[in-house]
Design a binder for this molecule. Structure first.
Ligand code: ZN
Ligand code: MN
Length: 478
């Protein structure tokens, strides 16, 4: 019987997919030359005033609606004291008194069935810059490109009780936020990061134990190891009565597989939150609220049900598609175009995925339009283009925006109904390979396939396979 239980709450920071930063018009894009995306405002020059990016508020509200939150119709920004060179103002502009979203829930699947994780709040804030430590010159340099990139911080209640639940929760958040196009949630690029608050208590106890926090975790596997390590450390301290268990912030070293004390935990009072006098309260009227509500995507599992029940896909195919909003959009558009849901699913799941993998691209970057894919599938299904040539056209679609029919015509990829030409080609192939003909006549089915392949190559794939087979048999037997 288990003696202890782990109690975990998460603070998840997610960079929102806006074009520009949260309080100025600098680009919010990932990457670029160091300090390329900066201006006096995000560098904290004296006298510069913030202007709130409305799209960031749109996305903050979207996130809240996806996570069943209440949206505060009046939301305000506050200053949080912060003394570190990656934020040059000496405070972070964030939301403390009236965050944009409160009181949500996220349902996760666990070994014991579904479980609701309560969301305390989602607030918007600015990201900090990046410090680069140069050991060679023993200096630290600061890159302000990331400074003031808009973030949401999703704060859960301490409702999670194991590493598996944390992973399920983070994957669910990622799926919902990506579906709603709030963020790419790419942990490896730091656009989704997680602070883990953890305590341990005897099973049955309702009092929370001493809590430690591990900050800025950005890989699921590191999070799992950190939770397991920290849980064991807490239990050891409790059982040995060690005074090493104190409320503090700890750093997880994933290479050593250990956590280290960083600083004793500040309390909210230490941050000296106060309303930002330079930013007016934001009032979300009904029109704004309704516009965001109407823009929400179907939830992935609703799509899945529709794909299976209405469009006749297998559960497996539907599961593959709902991994990504881009796949779903492309699937739906292509199906609307050609009316062949199963074929569209096949082309996407096998042929498109193959090309994406080969190009080392993620599905988010799927470069083809659903409309063009639908047209291509119709060409193949209607027997206008052979299936091998269809794949050639698909590969070309990944390179540039082309119309499949125009491309097929320009590159001689249209199946020809010219039976005279087919007959001539078959006749020549058969005449040049009497051995295969003999083999076939003496019962070797394979020899026919060899002849068929030669003819198809001569015809550059532009022949209906049924027609070719008939002509070939007629020629041999005739
Ligand atoms: Zn700027
Ligand atoms: Mn934060």
């Amino acid at each position: 019987m288990q003696k202890y239980e782990t109690v975990i709450g998460l603070e998840v920071h997610v960079e929102m997919a806006t074009e520009s930063k949260i309080f100025c018009s600098c680009s919010a894009k990932f990457g670029g030359e160091q300090n390329e995306h900066v201006c006096p405002a995000c560098c904290g020059m004296p006298g510069m005033l913030p202007i709130v990016n409305k799209h960031a508020v749109d996305l903050g509200m979207t996130a809240g609606m996806m996570l069943n939150c209440h949206i505060n119709r009046v939301t305000t920004f506050d200053k949080k004291s912060y003394y570190y060179p990656d934020l040059p103002c000496s405070y972070q502009t964030t939301q403390w008194f009236a965050p944009v979203c409160v009181n949500g829930t996220v349902t996760i699947q666990t070994a014991n069935g579904p479980k609701d994780i309560r969301i305390k709040q989602i607030h918007m804030e600015e990201d900090a810059g990046k410090l680069v430590h140069d050991e060679w010159t023993d200096t630290s340099l600061v890159d302000f490109n990331r400074t003031s990139v808009p973030l949401i911080e999703i704060v859960s209640q301490p409702d999670l009780s194991s590493a598996e639940e944390v992973v399920a929760y983070l994957e669910r958040l990622r799926s919902l936020l990506r579906f709603a196009k709030v963020s790419g949630c790419r942990m490896e690029q730091g656009s989704m990061r997680c602070d883990v608050n953890l305590s341990v208590r005897p099973v049955g106890s309702t009092k929370l134990g001493v809590r430690t926090e591990m900050k800025n975790m950005n890989s699921l596997s590191a999070i799992v190891r950190a939770i397991e390590y920290e849980t064991a450390r807490h239990i050891d301290c409790i059982e040995s009565g060690s005074d090493e268990l104190v409320q503090e912030t700890r750093r997880w070293d994933d290479i050593k597989g250990k956590s280290y004390a960083m600083r004793t935990k500040e309390t909210a009072g230490d941050y000296r939150y106060f309303p930002d006098p330079n930013i007016m309260p934001i009032v979300i009227d009904d029109e704004w609220y309704d516009r965001i509500k109407a823009s929400l995507p179907e939830f992935p599992e609703v799509k899945k049900e529709r794909y299976v029940n209405e469009l006749g896909l297998t559960e497996y195919d539907a599961d593959q598609l709902i991994q990504s909003r881009q796949m779903c959009d492309c699937f739906e558009e292509a199906t609307a175009q050609c009316g062949r849901a199963k074929e569209v699913a096949n082309w996407l799941i096998s042929d498109c995925m193959k090309i994406l993998n080969k190009k080392q691209m993620t599905v988010d970057a799927l470069p083809i339009s659903g409309k063009a894919l639908g047209k291509l599938i119709a060409l193949v299904a209607d027997g206008k283009v052979g299936s091998a040539n269809g794949r050639k056209i698909l590969a070309a679609m990944f390179e540039e925006d082309i119309d499949p029919l125009t491309y097929a015509e320009q590159n001689g990829l249209i199946i020809s109904n010219d039976t005279d030409n087919i007959k001539a080609v078959v006749k020549a192939v058969v005449a040049a390979d009497p051995k295969s003909v003999e083999d076939f006549k003496s019962g070797k089915e394979k020899a026919l396939m060899a002849l068929f392949g030669k003819c198809m190559r001569e015809l550059k794939g532009n022949c209906d396979p049924q027609v070719l087979r008939t002509v070939l048999l007629e020629t041999i037997n005739g």
